[in-house]
Design a protein around this ligand. Structure first.
Ligand code: HEM
Length: 124
């Protein structure tokens, strides 16, 4: 199987996103500005690349139900992570449940992105 360069870029982005997330958790508030900026930018970049990939694949052949569902689940999780991440990094101390939610959804999103990417790229 040939691994497209885009899959390598997204996988590296996911890895750095988890590493920066762990670093943020360990550092605590006030969060290191550069690490937080990288974490935010990567979360946006990976989502944009995944949606772009889904659109490209869809242009060649209509997406299957599983491709559509996994891409939608990943997008939904990423939007929730952006909202919870924004609240976590905001001025006020966020409730513990929000932190736990961001951590759990963060790992779920990484897995969902991997599955979506695999399904999208396996067929081409
Ligand atoms: C797809 C998007 C995202 C993913 C997959 C993700 C993933 C993660 C992960 C895995 C952690 C570490 C959890 C742990 O320690 O076990 C984390 C922590 C964190 N993330 Fe994200 N994140 C995303 C988006 C964002 C965004 C957009 C922001 C800010 C606007 C953000 C802010 C934070 C902060 C502040 C922490 C540290 C929380 C703490 O103190 O425990 N994240 N994230």
């Amino acid at each position: 199987m040939i691994i497209p360069p885009r899959a390598v870029i997204i996988a590296s982005g996911l890895l750095v996103m988890v590493l920066t997330g762990l670093r943020l958790t360990r550092a605590g508030r006030p969060y290191p500005v550069l690490v937080l900026a990288l974490h935010k930018l990567l979360s946006l970049g990976v989502l944009v690349l995944l949606i772009h990939t889904a659109m490209q694949v869809h242009r060649m052949a209509p997406l299957s139900r599983s491709e559509m569902v996994t891409t939608a689940v990943t997008t939904f999780l990423s939007l929730g992570l952006a909202a919870s991440g924004g609240l976590l990094s905001g001025r006020a101390q966020a409730p513990r449940a929000l932190k736990v939610g961001h951590h759990v959804a963060g790992y779920l999103s990484v897995i969902a992105t991997g599955v979506a990417l695999y399904l999208l790229l396996a067929g081409i």
